[in-house]
Design a protein around this ligand. Structure first.
Ligand code: PGA
Length: 249
């Protein structure tokens, strides 16, 4: 049985490093099993401190700038985040895409991150579900453009997060049937791109309105290997329940 991949995405929270430390310690208190590790994508400014806290959390970033070293005021490279202690980064989150990030930029960021030794969580997802199922094509295209030219030997360092935009920050998540359908479509697109053996190395997770109540159903019925959790990851009680519920499946 594969371990579930549970990732918290803290976005621009919490307000202080002190609170961030407190959050991790509170999660640690509630998730007692040493084997139940989890990932936290946190603000850049907190990475180097949080990675030194004795915990089961694997600390990562929420984005990279996509720039090389040089005269670019106010930016952070993948290599800097890696040296600060990040082990992974989220890329292509819809909140970043709405600021103008294209699949081509995401592709460049994926290559930079992998080259710096970070593993990557690539977010894909449609904005609406239409009756003609064009949303499957939308996600497939995001995926293939993002992965163009990426060395398939590095596929084990890639996690695809299916995050339907209509479920992010919303009241209701996708249902497990919708999640399952997309997980299959993603796996199929990966196989057509790089053969099934390589496609199998990529983990697929779900994100969007995940709660402690619905979390485990995505693992059991949604065809995914884990979850990307926004709001509920900021509440140590909810997030630790998500972790323990998913490990119990
Ligand atoms: P949410 O966010 O869980 O608050 O819906 C998910 C995400 O943005 O990754």
């Amino acid at each position: 049985m594969k371990k579930p991949i549970i990732i918290g995405n803290w976005k621009t929270n919490p307000e202080t490093l002190q609170e961030a430390k407190k959050n991790i310690l509170a999660i640690e208190k509630k998730v007692k099993d040493k084997k139940q590790n989890y990932l936290l994508a946190v603000p850049d400014a907190y990475i180097s401190t949080l990675k030194d806290i004795k915990s089961k959390a694997i600390i990562g970033a929420e984005n990279i700038s996509g720039l090389e070293l040089g005269a670019y005021t106010g930016t952070t490279t993948a290599s800097m985040l890696k040296s600060a202690g990040a082990l992974f980064t989220i890329l292509g989150h819809s909140e970043v895409r709405t600021q103008g990030e294209t699949d081509e930029i995401i592709n460049k960021k994926i290559k930079q991150s992998l080259a710096s030794g970070l593993f990557v969580v690539i977010c894909v997802g449609e904005s609406i579900r239409d009756k003609e199922a064009k949303y499957l094509k939308v996600v497939e295209e995001q995926l293939l453009k993002s992965l163009a030219g990426v060395n398939r030997e590095l596929f084990s360092k890639i996690i695809i997060a299916y995050e339907p935009i209509w479920a992010i920050g919303a009241k209701n998540p996708a249902n497990t049937h919708e999640c399952f359908e997309m997980a299959i479509a993603i796996r199929r697109a990966l196989a057509s791109f790089a053969t099934i053996d390589y496609a199998k190395k990529v983990s697929i997770i779900y994100g969007g309105a995940v709660t402690e109540e619905n979390s485990a159903s995505f693992i059991t019925d949604g065809g995914v290997d884990g979850l990307l959790v926004g709001r509920a990851s900021l509440n140590p009680t909810s997030f630790s329940k998500i972790i323990t519920n998913c490990y119990a499946k």
